[in-house]
Every structure is written in structure tokens, then in C-alpha cells.
Write a protein that binds this ligand. Structure first.
Ligand code: SAH
Ligand code: SF4
Length: 380
């Protein structure tokens, strides 16, 4: 038989090690005839050191480094734009596999002691909440585990390797960027496992939070598979209004969502609280009756309430309540024995605030060019 010349098609694709969980990494090394302990060495290079060059991995033998270069790669998302807001918030626009863009935001707090990274799980979102600009762009695709953890990797790398910076550049992660994380479960959970793994980012379970609009069956599954903090995007305490804001409520109503929260808490070993997110929208859900309904609904649930003043975007049809109105709402809750924090809007000047993470979905129009143009203007 004549010998076949390898072509681009016949050359096996190199495996991207970036999104591999510890188990997957161990299986990879065993499959290429190496010892299992190489997995933790590799994970430390990738996630602690931010290294993507096998040649620089000096505790691996030269033949192994060469073998890895043939069979594998460490490929993170491309950084299309990096911006810093006046308030210290940093934002990255990342290009993922098919040329789509996702956005990741690092928000400092507590005099720099806490640095929370807001991570995206999908390009776009299919759930179409009426007040969310991500929802308005429709759904493009799920991010892979490598693309999800790649956002943490990029943020961490841009601050420098862990050993140099002394501190951890990222201290908390919230899955509150673009997309509904529980509709991309198979990629989100392995990525979150890497966030918790000591050879990954070593974050504690209380410092990794998944936010969901209420995909009830997956909340149950999440509680079985991993222990992280849970945030629920509630936004209304009666089904009629919630269905208007979060159409998914038609499928999983408020009662069944609250029941799922109780089940989730019963699986946590410590006395965890659910975070209830409530976007305050002027004259829609910011009146006293809404605060009373909310307080009654949450009376039995161990939770903390996070009020998010609506972040306006063009053609949303909604308005942001005044600062005073937000504080009145907070006080009504307080009078009913519920404490609530008001989330300060961060990174407004770089479009990094909640619900402004639009990213760009690749299409056949000139969007790409327009986008690059617009961010160049932003960056000036
Ligand atoms: N899909 C998930 C996580 C991403 S949205 C979820 O819905 O929970 C992250 C948070 O931002 C949610 O609480 C969401 O309701 C809120 N949000 C979305 N658009 C917003 C806007 N325009 N203003 C304020 N908060 C918004
Ligand atoms: Fe999707 Fe969350 Fe936006 Fe709703 S609020 S459209 S679930 S990203």
C-alpha cells in the first residue's frame, strides 16, 4: 500500500489541556503512556503560572515536553480588548473558537482585598428575560469548559503568576456574565471544579457562585454534583410579574423554585445562604407592595437579598429607579426583618455593568468590523 502523506485533515487535532479537570488530565497522561502525577504538575503550570508553552515547563523532561508539543496544546481565548474603568473594574473582550466574543469583568472591592471575576457561560442566552441585553441578542452556543476557565486564566495571567503577585488576582468567581450557566451544565461544572481545585485556582466553595434564572431540575443536579454558592435571579415575588420579566417562570414557577432552594441548602454541609438577586426596575417591581410580597415569600428561606438597580440599555423600555427609591425599597425590607444590600453599579464607563455584557454574536453582516471599530474608539 502506498504511504499516505499526512494532510491537515488527517493530522489528529492536538488536545487542549486548558479545560481539563484533574480526572481528565490524569486520563490524558495515562493515555499517552505517562505517569498520573504529571497531571498535577501540568495543572500548576497552566493555572498557577498561567503558562501555555510546554518548552518553559522545566520540571518536565525534554522528551516529554516535545511529546506534549506534538500531541497537545494550552489554548486560551484571544484577548480582543482589555479595558480598565475609573473605579478599578477591568473588562476583557475575548474571542472564542468560532469568532464569537464573550466578556469577562474583574471587580475589586474591600480596598482591593476582594477581586470578583464575573464569568460568562454561553454566547448569548436563549431565555430572553425582558430586562437583559444578553437575552436580547439571542442564543449562539454554549462555551466549552476551556473557554469558561479560560476567562479566569486570562484575568489571572494579566495580573501575573500567583507566585509573583503574592496575592491571588482573582479571589471570587461569580457565574453572572453572559448566558444561563445551568443550561450549559456539562461545561460549567468541570470549569467550576477547576476553580475549586488546589492545582487549579484553589477558591473556596463560598467564593464560587453560580447564578441562575431558575432551571429547577438542574439546581437539584448541581446540589448532587458540586458544592458552590447559589444565587437565584428572582426579580419578582408573584408569578404574573415574574413570568413577564423571566419567561422561564412559566415552566418553573416561584413555588417550585423556592422548594428547589430549600433542597439545595439541605445538601450543603455548612449553614449556607442563598443569594436572591432582585433587579429593581422603575415602576415595575420597586413599590412597597413588591417589597412586602418579597419579604413574605422569603420568610422561611435562609437567604440574603441583593438589590440590583436596573442597568439601562437602548430600547429596553425600562428605566432605572432613583437612588432614593432603591433605598426606600431596602428600608421596607428591613422593616420586615430582611436585610438587603444594594449592588453598586461598577464599570459603567466600560459597559461592564450587569446586563450590559452583550458580547457579539458572529453573523454574516458587518457586525464584526463595526464592533472592532467601536471598541477601538472606546479604548482611545
Ligand atoms: N443567567 C443567569 C446569570 C447571568 S445574569 C441569571 O439570570 O441569573 C446575571 C445577573 O444580572 C442576573 O441576576 C440578572 O438578572 C442580572 N441582570 C441582567 N440584566 C440586567 C440589567 N439590565 N440590569 C440589572 N441587572 C441585570
Ligand atoms: Fe439569560 Fe440571565 Fe439574561 Fe435571563 S438574565 S436572559 S437568564 S443571561
Amino acid at each position: 500500500m502506498p504511504e499516505q502523506t499526512p494532510t491537515a485533515e488527517s493530522t489528529p487535532q492536538r488536545q487542549n489541556l486548558l479545560g481539563m479537570s484533574r480526572e481528565q488530565m490524569e486520563a490524558f497522561f495515562l493515555a499517552i503512556g505517562e505517569k498520573k502525577f504529571r497531571a498535577s504538575q501540568m495543572m500548576k503550570w497552566i493555572h498557577h503560572e498561567g503558562c501555555d508553552d510546554f518548552a518553559a515547563m522545566t520540571n518536565l523532561s525534554k522528551p516529554l515536553r516535545e511529546k506534549l508539543a506534538r500531541l497537545a496544546e494550552v489554548r486560551g481565548p484571544g484577548v480582543v480588548y482589555e479595558g480598565a474603568s475609573n473605579d478599578g473594574t477591568r473588562k476583557w473582550v475575548l474571542e472564542v473558537e468560532d469568532g464569537s466574543y464573550v466578556e469577562t469583568v474583574l471587580i475589586p472591592a474591600d480596598n482591593g482585598k476582594r477581586r470578583t471575576l464575573c464569568v460568562s457561560s454561553q454566547v448569548g442566552c436563549s431565555l430572553d428575560c425582558s430586562f437583559c441585553s444578553t437575552g436580547k441578542q439571542g442564543f449562539q452556543r454554549n462555551l466549552t469548559a476551556a473557554e469558561i476557565i479560560g476567562q479566569v486564566w486570562v484575568a489571572q495571567r494579566s495580573v501575573g503568576p500567583r507566585r509573583d503577585s503574592g496575592n491571588r488576582p482573582v479571589t471570587n468567581v461569580v457565574m453572572m456574565g453572559m448566558g444561563e450557566p445551568l443550561l450549559n451544565y456539562d461545561n460549567v461544572v468541570p470549569a467550576m471544579k477547576l476553580m475549586l481545585d488546589d492545582n487549579g485556582y484553589g477558591l473556596s466553595k463560598r467564593r464560587v457562585t453560580l447564578s441562575t434564572s431558575g432551571v429547577v431540575p438542574m439546581i437539584d443536579k448541581l446540589g448532587d454534583d458540586i458544592d458552590v454558592s447559589l444565587a437565584i435571579s428572582l426579580h419578582a415575588a408573584n408569578d404574573e410579574l415574574r413570568t413577564e420579566l423571566v419567561p422561564l417562570n412559566r415552566k418553573y414557577n416561584i413555588r417550585c423554585l423556592i422548594d428547589a432552594c430549600h433542597r439545595y441548602l439541605s445538601k450543603c454541609a455548612d449553614n449556607r445562604l442563598i443569594t436572591i438577586e432582585y433587579t429593581l426596575i422603575k415602576d415595575v417591581n420597586d413599590q412597597q407592595q413588591h417589597a412586602e410580597e418579597l419579604a413574605t415569600l422569603l420568610d422561611e428561606l435562609p437567604c440574603k437579598i441583593n438589590l440590583i438597580p436596573f442597568n439601562p440599555f437602548p430600547h429596553s423600555g425600562y428605566e432605572k429607579p432613583s437612588r432614593n427609591q432603591c433605598m426606600r425599597f431596602q428600608q421596607w425590607l428591613y422593616d420586615l426583618k430582611h436585610t438587603a444590600t444594594i449592588r453598586t453599579t461598577r464599570g459603567d464607563d466600560i459597559d461592564a455593568a450587569c446586563g450590559q455584557l452583550v458580547g457579539q454574536v458572529k453573523d454574516r453582516t458587518k457586525r464584526h468590523a463595526r464592533y472592532i471599530q467601536s471598541i477601538q474608539i472606546d479604548a482611545d
